[in-house]
Design a protein around this ligand. Structure first.
Ligand SMILES: Nc1ncnc2c1ncn2[C@@H]1O[C@H](COP(=O)(O)OP(=O)(O)O)[C@@H](O)[C@H]1O
Ligand SMILES: [Mg+2]
Length: 238
């Protein structure tokens, strides 16, 4: 469907866990194929913002609009948002126990709205190709993260939401995941990355949004955040 405006837009979104007002009027845009780093201190509201965008039940979206490629995500439930192309990779990765790597991927392909074929996925994830018959939960942390990203590609993926993908991973594995994220970016995937490792996220991202107590404190180029020592110290502690 042709439409004006950015590929993705959060417009003044407000979300609550019960009575707790957490996402307090957040707005930002993302262009098609861009990587946005969503940063901020612990408790700033990063996970809550991703969950709001994915339309999971908690926190509940109370006001504002979310648009993806002309589709009104704010009017959808989580399964509809997933069909529309929003894929959240949560911090705990949710690899399904008892299933091999390949079964984790084929189950994802069953969801309506078709994603990548297995061979295409394996061509970008050689480690997963080697381990396709291994049970998913027995993979290393880095490999499980790769599987979680691969699983998003097996579905209809227009906006990839990554919550702390580098947590607990060695620098060499972080670099391998970075390479994969750059590859899929080149193929037109749009991504929001939340990371405590702000330097790594900013190295990858085109633009950055910094949250502070549920509000946007900064929007701009990732390289400008890296260059601004005061901003980094105030909101990122780096
Ligand atoms: N399920 C929940 N119920 C109530 N408050 C929550 C819940 N999850 C997170 N919060 C609160 O929301 C705020 C933002 O949390 P979160 O989005 O997890 O921050 P971040 O991901 O930036 O560390 C914190 O004050 C946190 O305590
Ligand atoms: Mg979080």
């Amino acid at each position: 469907m042709p439409h004006d405006g950015p590929f993705f837009a959060a417009k003044d979104i407000h979300a609550y866990y019960g009575e707790s007002y957490i996402v307090q009027g957040v707005s930002f845009d993302i262009r098609h194929g861009e990587i946005l780093a969503l940063l901020g201190r612990n408790g700033a509201g990063k996970t809550s913002t991703l969950r709001t965008i994915a339309r999971v039940d908690n926190p509940a979206l109370q006001a504002g609009e979310i648009w993806l490629d002309g589709q009104p995500i704010h009017k959808m439930k989580s399964f509809e948002a997933a069909r529309a192309g929003i894929q959240l990779v949560p911090e705990d990765r949710r690899i399904i126990q008892g299933l091999t790597v390949e079964e984790n991927l084929t189950i994802a392909q069953v969801a309506p709205g078709h994603g990548w074929e297995l061979e295409r996925i394996y061509s970008h994830f050689p480690r997963l190709a080697e381990r396709r018959r291994q049970e998913g939960v027995t993979l290393s942390g880095g490999e499980q993260q790769m599987l979680a990203i691969a699983r998003a590609l097996a579905r209809n993926l227009k906006l990839l939401l990554l919550d702390e993908p580098y947590e607990g991973l060695a620098p060499v594995i972080v670099e391998e995941i970075e390479r994969i994220l750059n590859e899929i970016k080149a193929l037109g995937i749009t991504t929001i990355i939340v990371e405590q490792n702000a330097v790594a996220a900013l190295r990858l991202a085109d633009r950055a949004v910094i949250l502070d107590t549920g509000e946007v404190a900064f929007t701009g180029l990732a390289k400008d955040v890296l260059a601004d020592e005061a901003l980094r110290r105030e909101y990122l502690a780096i």
